[in-house]
Design a protein around this ligand. Structure first.
Ligand SMILES: [Zn+2]
Length: 456
């Protein structure tokens, strides 16, 4: 009774929205079912592609029967307790659960990365930060014992050791040691004080690097000092083991290293701040670390399904580093039509993300006086809309003229030259942009959106 009084009537809806938000956050990482003892029914994602949401929280965390973990949904014969599952999950999700195979041998739940189409993993930090207590059983001594043994550059071990002991010569540490003439400002963003935590994780530049290097949303970790943040991540990987974990560890440390090396370049060599340079350092070190092992390959291919040869044969305009990870592919199209009787034109632009949530799309009527201009507007719209969502972009268009205009140094086409200029300006804030000419069929989903929007 008390519980009913506490929870508002529409709690089901509210909780569901929350769960959905959590789902997006945790995309990429999930708990693979073992014995179900480590998986909370109401919190954890344990299906590679679906977030299984109980009907209502108060129903679901059934206190009288103590149903809290997924293990509580499994009987001693390693079968699903169907009656309970029907009771607490919506029918669609109950069916999904019944489709999950329960390992018959007793084994622990494991963390898995669900791969994207291209085979690239993404780790959203929310999961391992918010659920740290489950993974951190190791004390510091055990952590270091295994860390010193790990198969990475000795200089990296030393680097991590210094960060975790807060003895990295960042501005705040130097000032604490009363070293004179230290500029306290972060040399990358020039807005905040340089602390180890700021420089390596919270700085706007660092956040961008984390996102593009590993798909990590670094801002979600801001409640933790960098030391715990790093330790959590390394502990998580240690539990995971195997080649993928080693690759992740190398990429993770390489990212910290890249930021630190570039910071030193800026301070001591007076280089200008350049996120692309950081990515270069990161990839270069991953490559070197991998060569030493021969078992690892740096993922350098971009995310389109076409091969490099096919791409080179196609007309394209490219800036930045082709090896930028987490590149999104956007299909764009403009629909433009002139009514021969009324002499009135109608135009609409559309874009659609080809490798992410299919709902990530845009279409709207616009004013444009030619089909070329419409297409240029479509590209501008896509590149502006994606600016804070991705570090790298491949834009597919079926319009040759716009790509020629982008490639040309001169203003060839007045009706689109300003749009082209803006596209180029915004493109500079990405680590990588490629505009590529493809066939009409390739951009059909964007075309359909644009036509539909044009007709209104
Ligand atoms: Zn900064």
């Amino acid at each position: 009774m008390a519980i009913d009084d506490e929870v508002p009537r529409n709690s089901s809806y509210a909780f569901r929205s929350l769960f959905k938000a959590g789902c997006a956050l945790k995309k990429g990482l999930y708990k693979k079912l073992g014995n179900g003892k480590q998986i909370r029914i109401d919190r954890d994602k344990w299906h590679p592609s679906k977030f299984l949401i109980p009907k209502m929280l108060e129903n679901h965390v059934d206190r009288t029967n103590n149903i809290i973990m997924v293990n509580d949904l499994i009987n001693t014969n390693k079968e699903w307790k169907a009656n309970i599952i029907w009771k607490i999950f919506p029918p669609e999700e109950a069916k999904e659960i019944f489709a999950v195979h329960i390992p018959h041998e007793e084994c622990e739940d494991d963390l898995e990365w669900s791969h994207t189409k291209s085979g690239r993993y993404s780790v959203k930090s929310g999961y391992w930060l918010l659920h740290q207590e489950a993974h951190i059983q190791d004390d510091k001594a055990t952590f270091w014992k295994s860390f010193w043994k790990s198969d990475i550059f000795p200089k990296w071990k030393h680097f991590i050791w210094k960060i975790l002991n807060n003895t990295i010569p960042s501005a705040d540490n130097l000032i604490k040691r009363q070293i004179r003439g230290i500029n306290p400002a972060c040399c990358l963003c020039k807005k905040e004080m340089e602390t180890t935590t700021h420089l390596l994780r919270d700085c706007s530049i660092a956040q961008r690097i984390w996102s593009s290097s590993m798909g990590i949303v670094a801002s979600q970790g801001s409640h933790l000092p960098i030391q715990s943040w790093i330790r959590n991540f390394l502990n998580l990987l240690k539990k995971k083991k195997g080649e993928q974990a080693l690759e992740m560890e190398i990429r993770f440390i390489s990212t910290l290293w890249g930021i630190w090396v570039h910071r030193n370049e800026v301070i001591f060599k007076e280089s200008s701040v350049n996120p692309r340079r950081i990515i270069e350092i990161i990839n270069d070190h991953i490559l070197r670390a991998s060569k030493g092992k021969n078992s690892l390959k740096v993922r350098t291919r971009d995310q389109t399904s076409t091969t490099q040869e096919e791409q080179d044969a196609m007309l394209n305009w490219t800036i930045g580093d082709k090896n930028t990870p987490n590149v999104q592919t956007i299909l764009v199209d403009g629909a433009w039509k002139k009514n021969s009787k009324s002499n009135m034109w109608q135009a609409a632009v559309a874009w659609k993300n080809a490798n992410k949530d299919p709902k990530e799309e845009y279409a709207a009527r616009i004013y444009a006086s030619s089909s070329e201009q419409t297409e240029a507007y479509a590209i501008l719209r896509a590149i502006s809309d994606m600016e804070w969502r991705s570090a790298g972009l491949i834009i597919k268009t079926d319009n040759r003229e716009v790509i020629l205009a982008l490639k040309s140094m001169n203003e060839t086409n007045k009706s689109i030259s300003n749009i082209i200029k803006d596209i180029k300006r915004i493109a500079n804030s990405y680590l990588f942009v490629m505009c590529i000419k493809v066939s009409r069929e390739d951009i059909a989903p964007a075309h359909n959106l644009a036509v539909k929007a044009r007709k209104g």
